[in-house]
Design a protein around this ligand. Structure first.
Ligand SMILES: NC(=O)C1=CN([C@@H]2O[C@H](COP(=O)(O)OP(=O)(O)OC[C@H]3O[C@@H](n4cnc5c(N)ncnc54)[C@H](O)[C@@H]3O)[C@@H](O)[C@H]2O)[C@H](O)CC1
Ligand SMILES: [K+]
Length: 568
């Protein structure tokens, strides 16, 4: 169910399918190439109305024809027309289609060029060329390496294409004249590539990108690091990536996600059982994964005889005089996540201004300084309050104060409830070594990349270089559930499981959005979800709320965090 694999894991599955099950590699390649051709035919149908007189797609150079996907809908059931109307964000846009692209293939004389590498990725492209011809497309091949250098199944496909008389040329370097061409298939490099594209491969990738034509990538865009999502220079900028068999990590991590365009995941005949047997631990956070793998009830059915006590009581320790809003957003989001009660604890000096800020909230005076800041002594009061609550969320807007790290240690060790640690509390954590802190209840950390960098003692760029890998390692080493925020948030559990979320909208990059997420995680924990369930479900819903908020605004750039709460 939507595992996300590294290139090595994919190779191992490929090996098991061919060697242990005896599925001939050429069969897998045939399925791969046909799937790619079907996606191109589907793309061509969708863009048909926009065809220009030369028979190509109505795309101006450099412009990505996202509107061409108006008929498509993604795994969340949103159509691209919806997204286009809501600011045109490509917020994940994974097209999960394991069956043939629906609808008849329309014969047409559209001309596509398949860029062929010398490995099995090239072989996939050669099969796609054959099926495109069958569907009435005009196709030619452009080899990036001498055709005689192909081996194995790819060589078999080369020979079939030659026997069929598919026109072929060998790329000699420099620019290339793609006149009359409607689109390109990138079958240069797949999961077997290593390092930056070299020599003629690099030149051809650059020429393909410069053409402004829509590019459909086979498996991954050439130039992408399939494991980390890093893009080498150059890297194919694809309109669609037809990902074969299983999602590759690099397709779900930026900048790779951007280079991949829309991802269509297609089955190539590797049985799902085989993937299950490998015990793959990283998954795309699709609704089915939430429900079946994580055991979350997305419908959130409530007991007919439930009462507010049934749904738990959250304690939020957040906000200070200059940043009281952070606490309010966090507490309100916990309520909107469906918990029964929320107590918002904050410095006494700030409390009067919070009265009736949200009438559903209960307020508690946590002490604090004359200036409305937190003090180390407030730990006693918070522990007392936590004794009759189900969850403690701590951090948003608490600022820095003397004894802060010790204060956090007391909450960490003595509060006998699940703990959500965010924002300034994460910075306190980054100042100390907390490996020796005792903890029996779950803890969820929710860093953005900058906070993650401080926690891990590395640069932000290093965090972003391989978000999935880092999140898995950190969560396991520190025994925490980690929510590494940012586009395509990664949620990692202490037991090695990880999930990558693709709901969301760029308009969510706004102050307070993180405070809302923290409140949501706490609100779900209060309802009895465990750390990874609550974190994953909250991240998923938070992204959906962002998409909905974006849809409600003429310009999604104007989204503010309160909109997310209202959209929940
Ligand atoms: N998943 C599956 O079960 C199947 C996947 N298929 C496709 O096969 C590729 C992986 O094929 P592989 O032969 O292992 O490698 P590549 O085609 O990606 O390329 C290897 C080829 O390229 C040369 N090379 C490597 N790095 C570079 C570089 N940086 N610059 C230039 N050249 C490079 C290297 O020397 C090799 O010759 C997978 O992605 C799928 O598309 C199967 O078709 C079906 C089963
Ligand atoms: K490729």
């Amino acid at each position: 169910m939507y595992p996300i694999v590294t290139a090595a894991e994919m190779r191992e599955l490929d090996r098991a399918a061919t060697e242990e099950l005896g599925i001939p590699a050429i069969v897998l390649m045939e399925n791969a190439g046909r799937a790619i051709a079907e996606e191109i035919a589907a793309l061509s149908r969708r863009c048909g109305q926009g065809r220009n007189p030369e028979g190509g797609l109505a795309v101006s150079p450099g412009e990505r024809p996202s509107g061409c996907f108006a008929e498509g809908s993604d795994a969340q059931g949103r159509t691209d027309a919806d997204r286009a109307a809501k600011g045109g964000a490509r917020s994940g846009g994974l097209t999960i289609r394991t069956e043939a692209a629906p609808g008849p293939v329309q014969p047409g004389a559209e001309y596509w060029i398949v860029l062929v590498g010398k490995g099995n990725n090239g072989g996939d492209g050669l099969v796609a060329a054959r099926h495109l011809r069958e569907a009435g497309f005009s196709v030619s091949l452009l080899y990036a390496a001498p055709p005689e250098s192909l081996t194995g199944e790819a060589a078999v496909q080369r020979d079939i294409a030659a026997a069929l008389g598919v026109p072929a040329a060998v790329y000699r370097g420099g620019g290339y004249d793609f006149t009359g061409c409607a689109g390109l298939v990138d079958a240069l490099l797949g999961t077997g590539s290593s390092g930056a594209p070299r020599g003629l491969f690099a030149e051809l990738i650059a020429a393909a990108n410069a053409s402004g034509l829509p590019i459909v990538a086979a498996d991954i865009p050439s130039g992408l690091n399939a494991d980390t999502g890093e893009t080498h220079d150059p890297c194919i900028q694809a309109e669609v990536t037809v990902c074969l068999a299983l999602l590759k990590r690099g397709l779900l991590q930026y900048p790779g996600s951007g280079a991949a365009g829309r991802v269509a995941l297609r089955s190539i005949g590797i049985p799902a059982d085989l993937a299950l047997k490998q015990g793959l631990s990283v998954h795309w956070l699709a609704p089915a994964v939430l429900e079946r793998r994580l055991g979350v009830d997305p419908g959130r059915r409530r007991a007919a005889d439930g009462h507010k006590g049934t749904y738990g009581h959250v304690l939020v320790a957040a906000g200070s005089l200059p940043m009281s809003g952070a606490g309010l957003l966090c507490a309100r989001a916990a309520l909107r996540a469906g918990c029964g009660l929320v107590t918002w604890a904050l410095p006494g000096r700030v409390l009067p201004s919070a009265v009736l800020a949200a009438p559903e909230l209960m307020l508690a005076d946590a002490g604090g300084s004359e200036a409305g800041e937190w003090t180390a002594e407030s730990a006693d009061r918070l522990l007392e309050l936590a004794g009759t609550r189900d969850v403690l969320a701590v951090g948003p807007g608490i600022g820095r104060f003397p004894g802060g790290a010790q204060w956090l240690r007391r909450l960490w060790e003595e509060a006998d409830v699940p703990l959500v640690v965010d924002a300034d509390a994460l910075n306190l954590l980054a100042e100390v070594s907390y490996a020796g802190w005792r903890r029996t209840r779950p803890v969820v950390l929710t860093p953005h990349p900058g906070e993650m960098a401080r926690l891990a003692g590395i640069h932000t760029a290093e965090v972003q270089r391989d978000r999935i890998g880092l999140a898995i390692r950190y969560a396991a080493e520190h025994g925490v559930t980690l929510v590494l925020k940012g586009a395509h948030t990664v949620i990692a559990a202490p037991d090695g499981r990880a999930f990558v979320n693709t709901t969301g909208h760029p308009g969510m990059a706004t102050g307070g959005a993180g405070d809302v997420l923290t409140g949501m995680i706490a609100g779900l924990l209060a309802q009895g979800l465990d750390g990874i369930q609550a974190a994953a479900f909250a991240v998923y819903l938070h992204g959906q709320a962002g998409e909905r908020a974006a849809g409600r605004r003429h310009d999604p750039s104007s989204i503010v965090a309160s909109d997310l709460i209202e959209a929940l």
